[in-house]
Design a protein. Structure first.
Length: 191
């Protein structure tokens, strides 16, 4: 089975939600709400690529997807429903703009015009001798962790400290680390 335009995926770990954390030998449920986007599973495994697709993503790669891909909703009458990406059972179909990174082996790579920035810790930062009270991270600045060809062509590489536009920080947890997903156009300075 293949789609003309969509990637067919299944949730990594076979779960729609990532709401169970293990501490020692005990498992804790961190949220019981199906509407809580912070605990929706964001990792999918590629089952099939679109028909005629000639990009780098292959069957078996993992995708970092939008938080709504695997979520369950309640309609206006309170009935439980799957979102529009759900096909059947644990099979989902995603458009290319619904995922942001893909992983082959142990290396993540950006997809399309997305990039990921690590926020700079306020306590450890010496840039401009800034230390902003009551804020864990410096606003509008970070380290580029996952770049793309558009930024590379402009001379901005992974590891560079960059400034970005306000209100473009879309928070993800990648490999246990908080990163901001944004578009290339949101990067406005190389510091």
């Amino acid at each position: 089975m293949r789609s003309p335009t969509q990637f067919i995926i299944k949730p990594v770990g076979g779960r729609r939600y990532d709401n169970i954390k293990k501490y020692g030998d005990v498992e804790f449920v961190t949220s019981t709400s199906q509407e809580d986007h912070t605990v929706s599973n964001r990792y999918g495994e590629v089952i099939a690529t679109p028909i005629g697709y000639e990009g780098e993503i292959e069957v078996g790669d993992h995708l970092l997807v939008h938080h709504n891909v695997f979520k369950i909703y309640y309609d206006m009458k309170g009935r439980e429903k799957s979102g529009p990406c759900h096909f059947r059972n644990d099979i989902f179909m995603v458009e290319p703009d619904q995922f942001f990174l893909y992983k082959r082996g142990d290396k993540w790579k950006t997809h399309s015009h997305y990039c990921f920035v690590r926020p700079l810790s306020n306590e450890k930062c010496t840039i401009f001798n800034m230390n902003i009270e009551n804020n864990n991270h410096l606003p509008l600045m970070g380290e580029l962790v996952y770049s793309n060809s558009e930024l590379e062509d402009r001379g901005i590489s992974e590891g560079d400290i960059v400034g970005f536009q306000p209100h473009c920080e879309y928070e993800f947890r990648v490999e246990g680390e908080i990163l901001y997903r944004m578009f290339s156009r949101n990067i406005c300075t190389k510091i």
